[in-house]
Design a protein. Sequence first.
Length: 253
Amino acid sequence: MDTLILRFDAPLISFGAPIVDSHGVIQPYPALSMMTGLIGNALGIDHRESDRLQRLQERLRYASRRDRKGRQIQDYQTVNLGAPYMDDDRAWTTRGTLETRKGGSASSGTHIRQRDYWADAVHTVALTLDPADEAPTLDEVEAALHHPARPLFLGRKPCLPAGDLVVERRAASSLVDALRHAPLHDRADHQGDSDATYPAWWPVDSAADASGTPNATRRPVTDQRDWTNQIHVGQRWIAAGDLSVESTPTSHD
């Protein structure tokens, strides 16, 4: 298996889960929809190209290892949409153009919401595509992540990565095997502890599960997106366990 090793390192990271009312909750691993959006953004795919995003999501296979736990924080946000400076009813977007604010709830009054983030956390991700020979290929994804078509962020727009996301390419028998041999970040937890293990999450299928850890458990997740209708749908299963790492720490500049 040809895998691409990525490093998610940022002052703030948002691995978003389904929002509950005004509370934007997070989960311990990057969601499938987030990974699809991240790579699609790097490739320059537009939100209106829902078929391309849906197919990319179907082909994505990845596993995540938490090198540094960091801590969970919450941002308390308020905005008075009835203020004079909001009268033009517009807002900036990452595409560099103005977009009209939509929806009756945005017309007036003070709106409050909470958004959770992981602060000072680091994750290593092993990524592959199935089938491998369909466009975009892993070569194209790697090139796009090095030179993205648009600015990249790890979840929400404030979560700018601290450096290049790409660590290396690695041949492995499975995604779990790729994570086991992928280098640790130099700020990883448990430095110098030869018996240290790191929490990891990977898809439940025959290739990845065969290399799973003995203490692995399975859990259902709802992290897929219907890109045509812009809603989260469906359920898939992932495995979670503590992974020993057979590599030396390295920095990611």
